[in-house]
Design a protein around this ligand. Structure first.
Ligand code: PRP
Ligand code: ZN
Ligand code: MG
Length: 212
């Protein structure tokens, strides 16, 4: 029998909840530390553990059939995949933040600023929609330290509890995008794969319903 291959985050904010969701769907698997893939023992599912940023591409290319990833990553990577179900966890927002002592009145204050972010595509869309020109510095991590080391005046990064901003002396000034974890799928699944996906989706919806 064919298996459905699902890509989930290897480590980070969505990892634990992604595994928890599969367990709540009754799927048994052993996820040893440092394992790159594993198989469910009671469901035709193979699980790949990958960097979240790479998941949309793997699903588009068909290396994985489905994946769990933040909407923010799906939008940033602009891949052709189907977003089939919001999962109700990993809720966060992509926001602009500035040093807490800086005066800020409106998005116009971003004009000509240097903004550090891991989301240049989404940020550029937001700025141009607001008729702002700024200098976007793409960095892949530790974005919150950019103002402190003189790399940028502002940042655009994910905010969940707000503690990262707080600890780095930054304040949130604009919400660019709201995001949560979503299930995405490759556009050309086989009939058999769609059957497995429907089964999984049925369980996911039941789990979500039970929580409401
Ligand atoms: C985001 C963001 C901050 C943190 C904010 O990282 O880059 O580091 O979460 O969360 P808080 O408001 O609760 O402090 P993410 O989990 O996406 O990890 P990554 O940057 O390694 O992908
Ligand atoms: Zn990431
Ligand atoms: Mg981070």
């Amino acid at each position: 029998m064919q298996k459905l291959r699902i890509a989930i985050q290897k480590s980070g904010r969505l990892h634990d909840d992604s595994i928890k969701l599969l367990k709540e769907c009754g799927i048994d698997m052993n996820n040893g530390v440092n394992k790159l893939k594993t198989e469910a023992s009671n469901f035709p599912l193979e699980v790949f553990f990958l960097r979240d940023d790479d998941i949309p591409q793997y699903v588009e290319d068909g290396v994985a059939d489905i994946g769990i990833v933040g909407e923010n990553v799906v939008l940033e990577k602009a891949r052709t995949v189907d977003a089939i179900e919001k999962l109700g966890f990993g809720k966060c927002r992509l926001s602009l933040a500035v040093p807490k002592g800086m005066e800020y009145t409106s998005v116009k204050d971003m004009q000509n600023m240097r903004i550090a972010t891991s989301y240049p595509v989404i940020l550029e869309q937001f700025l141009s929609k607001n008729n702002i020109t700024a200098e976007i510095h793409e960095i892949s991590g530790s974005v919150e330290i950019a103002p402190g080391i003189g790399l940028a005046e502002a940042i655009c990064d994910l905010v969940s509890s707000g503690s990262t901003l707080f600890m780095n002396g930054l304040k949130e000034v604009e919400t660019v995008l709201k995001s949560e974890a979503v299930l995405i799928a490759n556009k050309s699944l086989t009939a058999e794969q769609i059957q497995i996906l429907d089964k999984l989706l049925f369980r996911i919806k039941a789990v979500k319903k039970a929580k409401n």
